[in-house]
Design a protein around this ligand. Sequence first.
Ligand SMILES: [Zn+2]
Length: 165
Amino acid sequence: MCLERKECLEYPVETRTHTALHVVKGAIVKVLGEQALWTASVYVSGNHGRITVTCNEKPSKEMIKMIEEKANEAIDKDLKIEVIKLPRSKAEEKYGRIIYDLFPVPEHVKELSIVIIHEDNGYWNINACNKEHLPSTKCIGQISIKKVRFRAKKKLLEVSFDIEP
Ligand SMILES: [Zn+2]
């Protein structure tokens, strides 16, 4: 799947920014490790996105730069994005707790859409999510991390970014 930029821009910008959240999350976990596994909240407005994850210590500038580089690598590689609808119990059995965020999906939800960004030997990111996504990562365009805020008391890290408009 390799679309022209013009075709990419036919996707709503929010779909591209939302998909970028999954890519940035994957990059965060690769750089910061297990401490950053759980997403506390996300926000999308136009080409601006923000993701808040659990984090024990303030990351260095170098680490933030590395997160940005890794996210852009995932975009350059045009990783495939797959969405699988599964009964909740099956999804939990197959993938485990990793599909969830910090706050639980309500009890009454019995079917989940599992969004998987594939990479060569495994997953870049896997998450239960019922929003719209791109079919692969390239159409996101370049990601720039604009601001990072570490909230020491809550042990949360907010990463704000823009995608190419
Ligand atoms: Zn999503």
